[in-house]
Design a protein around this ligand. Sequence first.
Ligand code: UDP
Length: 458
Amino acid sequence: MEQSKGRRVILFPLPFQGHINPMLELANILHSKGFSIAILHTNFNSLNPSTRNPNFTYHSIPVDLTETEVSFKDFTVLLSILNAKCVEPFRECLSGLLSDDVNLENPIACLISDPLFNFTRSVAESFKLPRIVLRTGGAASFAVYAAFPLLKEKGYLPISDSRLEEPVTELSPIKLKDLPMMPNCDPEDFYQLITNMTNEPKSSHGLIFNTFEDLEGQALATIRQEYYPNIPIFSLGPFHKCGPTTSSSSTSLQSQDQSCISWLNTQAPKSVAYVSFGSAARIDHAQFLEIAWGLANSGQPFLWVVRPGLVQQSELHDQALPNGFLEALNERAHIVKWAPQKEVLAHPAVGAFWTHCGWNSTLESICEGVPMICTPYFSDQMVDARFVSDVWKVGLQLEHGIERGEVERTIRRLMVEKEGEEIKERALKLMEKANLSLKEGGSSYQSLDDLVNHILSL
Ligand code: UDP
């Protein structure tokens, strides 16, 4: 797209894996449309220099976080520290980029930032730089977040433990237990964080989602009509299938263990359960053992990501397993610290994905037609899981915690029994819809064109 040449876009991801991946994927998409790209990144969870895209420029935002601050278990506290400490270095960086701009052929068109980085608004406004917001989670969960004031008014929030199975009638099929929350966070602080986040798009020049109309059309319509009638909303996902194909290692904070692929090459088609709970969820040792025995007893081969820190108080992943566990399973199990997840999900040997339902994982599974088993832990994951099991019906949810017998039964229901066949068929149909949305004439294809034109008009 020739007319984009000469315009520059600055993208600033929140420094967590699930937020970095879609932001960098969006950067790839915009680059393929002719924009030149500047990436800002904090020196906390900084992007790996060896895997950076040589076509982009990278600018580090120095934030001085103490070890205690980084190890905070309360996400709302860490985020508020980041929001406070990034302001000045971000202002300086932006000021440098904008003053260089007058001498360059490629003037800056806009900033794209994460709505959880709310300091970017006032700084961008002070430079009169248009800002577009990328929400890296799904639209359905965002619609639930946007309804937080209503949920509070109606008495659903704060969530009462005695009412968890009750439906939220205004948000069917969401139940009270599906409403977003964060472990170790004060509910009032979390409420504040969410209302700040959902207010951000109101003062922006647009809101982008990594989703597609056939998947979340209803939520997108609600968001457009009820919450943000005055700003343009774009849904051009799934991002990782939309831009030029790039290796997932280019966005990964951890090095990916490629032994997954050679091990998968030795397994029968659709036989493997891939198990990963993303970059942030934590489980206790008792849950870890229930997962291990449930997987072992299912009889299916499994590939399990046990990242350091997944099991609380057990930093060395293989020490958390019972003695002789892996040896007894022989070649039926493969455990790694971090996987090339997109490549794994695309592998013909993978037949199911046991996931925490982070939005990226959910979308990546949908794109490969892989049915899911859902164990959501926090924030938007519970809403995503409800949509997987009850709306799109492309997976089963472990509704009552993790217990080895239930794990074994659920894997067999999905991977061996008739019920699983129907779920797999629906997953393949949904994958087809994702592909169609990206083709010429599809909704995401159109929305990307709209976004490019919008940026050029700013
Ligand atoms: N991921 C990966 N290797 C792993 C586990 C996860 O590359 O072993 C990637 C995954 O493909 C996804 C991201 O990390 O893009 C996790 O994002 P998600 O929104 O699913 O969950 P979060 O980590 O934010 O909870």
